[in-house]
Design a protein around this ligand. Structure first.
Ligand SMILES: CCCCCCCCCCCCCC(=O)SCCNC(=O)CCNC(=O)[C@H](O)C(C)(C)COP(=O)(O)OP(=O)(O)OC[C@H]1O[C@@H](n2cnc3c(N)ncnc32)[C@H](O)[C@@H]1OP(=O)(O)O
Ligand SMILES: [Mg+2]
Length: 243
């Protein structure tokens, strides 16, 4: 093997190695699994392209009843046979983009989010092969694309939009437009998907984004968990007041 190739390989392994260490520090494991909400999981698939960490995302089919045409991660609702959140994410990724579970190196689970239907959505982070070619299931996925992870802390096109959840809890959500020049396509990444992508980028780069976020970088896990618990509490308040 040529020296340049060897050096290249070492560089790739060191980028991945550093990312894995930082991710493992933020692993929540099954800390939130007991919460009495319906469950869903998404896989945040990381890979290296041209020496940069990238995230693989999907565009939902227009035929889907919920969130048609929106960008999201491979993922879906928990089924009875799933033993945990990781199982759900891997099963859904296989169904939606043809990713074989044994080709995913699962690293951790991050702090969950809550979707429009009040599912507890757990992001599962895993490395996939850099050469992975998706085979999208057209019933559920109309497109698959990759975005450099760094875009989620240093975007070229970003707005924060006000968002009110079903309990009236008011917050902001990130909205990115990503222009994929190579394929001459443009994608809007917002809501829960953008929320997970931003947190993942902060976990790995440990840098403040160029826009405002409600995380304390010196106490990243605690601030992320507190944000989540505030949101969760607002849902419970609403449930109690409607009884
Ligand atoms: C600035 C500061 C910001 C900080 C604050 C952060 C705020 C956060 C803001 C939060 C804002 C929140 C608001 C926003 O985020 S709005 C915005 C943007 N959208 C998103 O971020 C997407 C978020 N949603 C998701 O990621 C998914 O919906 C999740 C993972 C939650 C559920 O997963 P999913 O929905 O993917 O579930 P599934 O894969 O099990 O099933 C999908 C459907 O497919 C059907 N199906 C299955 N198999 C087949 C088949 N072979 N043939 C045909 N059909 C098939 C199946 O029956 C099902 O149908 P139905 O039952 O749905 O009808
Ligand atoms: Mg899905």
């Amino acid at each position: 093997m040529a020296a340049v190739e060897r050096e290249d390989g070492r560089e790739r392994e060191s980028i991945k190695g550093k990312a894995k260490l930082r991710l493992r520090e933020c692993d929540v494991g099954d800390k939130f699994s007991h919460l009495p909400l319906r469950k869903a999981s998404v896989l945040l698939p990381l890979l290296l392209r041209d020496g940069a960490l990238c995230l693989l995302l999907t565009v939902r089919s227009m035929q889907l009843r919920r969130s048609p045409g929106e960008v999201c991660f491979p993922g879906g609702k928990r089924e009875e046979m799933d033993k945990d959140e990781i199982d759900t994410a891997l099963r859904e990724a296989k169904e939606e983009v043809g990713l074989q579970p044994e080709k995913v190196e699962v690293i951790c689970r991050l702090v969950p989010g809550i979707d429009k239907m009040n599912h507890l959505v757990t992001p599962v982070v895993g490395f996939i092969e850099d050469t992975f070619q998706a085979s999208p299931n057209p019933d559920e996925v109309s497109d698959v694309f990759v975005v450099p992870l760094e875009y989620f802390i240093k975007p070229l096109n970003y707005v924060a939009l006000p968002y009110k959840n079903s309990s009236g809890y008011l917050s902001w959500m990130h909205c990115f437009t990503y222009d994929d020049h190579e394929h001459k396509k443009s994608f809007k990444i917002w809501g829960l998907t953008a929320h997970f992508a931003v947190f993942l980028a902060i976990v790995i780069f440990r840098t403040k984004p160029t826009f405002e976020v409600h995380y304390d970088l010196d106490n990243l896990i605690m601030s992320a968990e507190n944000n989540f618990m505030d949101l969760y509490a607002s849902i419970n308040e609403r449930k109690k007041s409607s009884l």
